[in-house]
Design a protein. Sequence first.
Length: 93
Amino acid sequence: MNTALIRDVCVDDQQITFVLTDSREVSAPTSWSVRLTEATDRQRSNWRIGGSGTYVEWPAIDEHIGLWTLLGVPEEDLLEAAGFEVRRDSVRT
């Protein structure tokens, strides 16, 4: 089984969409991000994929959105599924 990671991004006034390496698309309303909502089209189009395909950042507006956020799963679970070594801190009582 291959892990699907981000390969492309589309963002406009209505929606943020991550296109995954297996061609699926995951979307959320742009309103989830105040920074993207208030950004210009030029700022929205200036993005880069980071974390080997696990998140997207918009440097001009200091915004970062992880694939785990759009999927609604814990970050550690997504990273583990993608094959990254994840350190899980021990539970403190």
